[in-house]
Design a protein around this ligand. Structure first.
Ligand code: FRU
Length: 560
């Protein structure tokens, strides 16, 4: 489904950022930098994610510098240290031993009088090719976008790629003395988001970046992460939507159907707006990369709408997704920002704004004769679910009605597994975070006529903080043997639906009342069968609490 709200044009945001940057100089001198809370006030803790990373306070957008290093997953991210709105872009930082329990760390790199720090990536420079670590060490190298300010020696707003390095496992970062390491000629205000990886067949570093408003991914190579040589451009003939920005590219190999001899390359391009669910979303292409050029297979014909492209997620809240460098066993792990530029600055959470979606493992499978990505919550999350007691319902037939499930299924942070056989029903599905009256709740249902899966958040709680907060997200999904398996991850502020063994995902933010903790199933105009229902509660209903294992692992830096 395409949301009608495509009004967001980024240029004003960057302009307003510049204006904001000019203003903050005077504002920070006389005001508390972030939304201040009086003692005991926890802000909107009813919406503080239990399973998803949120910073304690202030604004967060894209995941940056995703890297696994010495037993820890590092998540850096676009962060405003000075407020609960986009601006003063810096790199926040969190670490996790398992991708589920996160520790917020000190801000890694601050915006300063010269530059703001936009998105980028980190690699482990295993053989110290940069020469920036001590002999025989493996420094961490970040490539990020410098957005230059007046007086920097670049025209204000210029975007270029810069380098920073850490020799203490990511705790402190030193900017390279001869930044930027890569800029366009002439310089551009839209050249950003470097994603670096090691291209093993060629034995060199590979960088993908974008010229966002030109809808082009630019690829470069380097032997030392400092000197970069142009390789090629990737773009589409007949750009689908002229006003769209291309952001946060990523290019990585995956075995097709688990066969390591049959490898394909996946190009992620985050686009805003023009996503499948409206606003911002993560598109992908599968093809070949020969060390210089990426050649996609099956590109949708010119004039196609978003439904003819491939998407990482069909919900409204999955953007700026990228993969982890150095992931164990070479698996492809992603994190996406769980929001949408259409309304990200309007969401009613305080004193923070922004959460990350659940980390996912990607695989490439042949589906309907085409190589397609599939998505699963990471194994560490799945094992957390398996460890906890659950309510199990073997079979439940429902005829033209809604049925509340056993009170033991009540919860606001939960994992739900269910197989739906819609049979004669026109629609069949479940309602999560439902109210006692049955009037409110987030509906996830299959429509047998249109053969689609829908997430409907029109009655999910607060929805009217922005007219761009789209209400329904739909994906085409023919049934296999008349059945559909769903894994639904419900948190205080979100719903993620993994359908049909990860063939499609719908990720949406919701803002329900904490008391709305009921679960029910329903069938419209006919009979549906629900089988193997497993509902696992992952946290108590008390606002602000984490799953029981959380506190022990995260200690003091837990977000609540
Ligand atoms: C994507 C993005 C990036 C940019 C960053 C700025 O959401 O616009 O292109 O680097 O956010 O915060």
């Amino acid at each position: 489904m395409q949301d009608p709200h495509h009004r967001f044009i980024r240029t004003p945001r960057f302009l307003s950022a510049l204006l904001f940057a000019a203003l903050t100089v005077s504002v920070t001198a006389c005001a508390t930098p972030s939304e201040s809370l009086s003692a005991g006030d926890t802000g909107t803790s009813q919406w503080r994610s239990a399973l998803h990373y949120t910073p304690q306070r202030n604004w967060m957008n894209d995941p940056n510098g995703l890297v696994y290093y010495k037993g820890l997953y590092h998540l850096f991210y676009q962060y405003n240290p000075n407020g609960n709105f986009w601006g003063d872009m810096s790199w926040g930082h969190a670490t996790s031993p398992d991708l589920v329990h996160w520790n917020e760390q000190p801000v890694a790199m601050y915006a300063n009088e010269i530059e703001e720090i936009f998105s980028g990536s980190i690699v482990v420079d295993t053989h110290n090719t940069s020469g920036l670590g001590p002999a025989n060490s493996s420094p961490l190298i970040a490539l990020y976008t410098s957005v230059y300010k007046a007086g920097s020696g670049h025209a204000p707003g210029t975007q270029a790629q810069s380098l920073a390095y850490s020799t203490d496992d990511g705790q402190t970062w030193h900017k390279y003395s001869r930044n930027p390491v890569l800029t366009l000629d002439p310089e551009s205000n839209n050249f950003r988001d470097p994603k670096v990886s090691w291209y093993a067949p060629g034995g060199y570093w590979l960088m993908t970046t974008v010229v966002a408003d030109a809808h082009v991914v630019k690829m470069y190579r380097s032997d030392n992460l400092i000197d970069w040589a142009f390789l090629s451009d990737f773009s589409l003939r007949g750009i689908p939507h002229q006003g769209t920005l291309w952001e946060m590219p990523d290019l990585f190999p995956l075995p097709l159907d688990g066969d390591s001899r049959h490898q394909k390359w996946v190009m992620l391009v985050n686009v805003n707006p023009w996503s499948i669910a409206g606003g911002s979303g993560a598109m992908y292409f599968v093809g070949d990369f020969d060390g210089r050029t990426f050649t996609p297979e099956h590109v949708a014909p010119t004039g196609s709408d978003p439904s003819q492209y491939q998407w990482l997620d069909h919900g409204a809240d999955y953007y700026a997704a990228g993969t982890f460098a150095n992931a164990p066993d070479g698996i492809a792990l992603t994190i996406g920002w769980m929001s949408n530029w259409d309304y990200a600055d309007r969401i009613p959470t305080t004193p923070w704004k922004g959460a990350m979606a659940l980390p996912r493992a990607l695989a490439l499978k042949t589906i309907d004769g085409m190589p397609r990505l599939t998505f699963a919550p990471v194994e560490q999350y799945a094992s957390l679910v398996r460890e906890r007691p659950a309510t199990r319902i073997k079979e439940l037939a429902v005829w033209s009605t809604a049925k509340a499930l056993d009170p033991s299924t009540k919860g606001i942070v939960q994992n739900i597994d269910v197989t739906i056989s819609p049979r004669s029903a026109q629609r069949a599905g479940l309602i999560v975070r439902g109210s006692a009256s049955g009037d409110l709740g987030t509906r996830i249902f299959y429509d047998t006529t249109s053969q689609t899966l829908t997430l409907d958040r029109s009655k999910s709680g607060e929805t009217n903080f922005s007219s761009a907060f789209s209400k329904q997200h739909i994906v085409n999904l023919p049934l296999e043997n008349g059945k559909l398996h769903l894994t639904v991850v419900v948190d205080r502020n979100s719903v993620e639906v993994f359908a049909d063994n990860g063939r499609a995902v719908i990720t949406d933010l919701i803002f329900p009342a904490p008391a709305d903790n009921r679960m029910s199933v329903f069938a419209d105009h006919g009979e549906a069968m629900f089988s193997d229902i497993v509902v696992t509660n992952l946290s108590s209903d008390k606002p602000g609490t984490r799953p029981s294992r959380w506190r022990a692992v995260t200690g003091a830096a837990s977000a609540d």
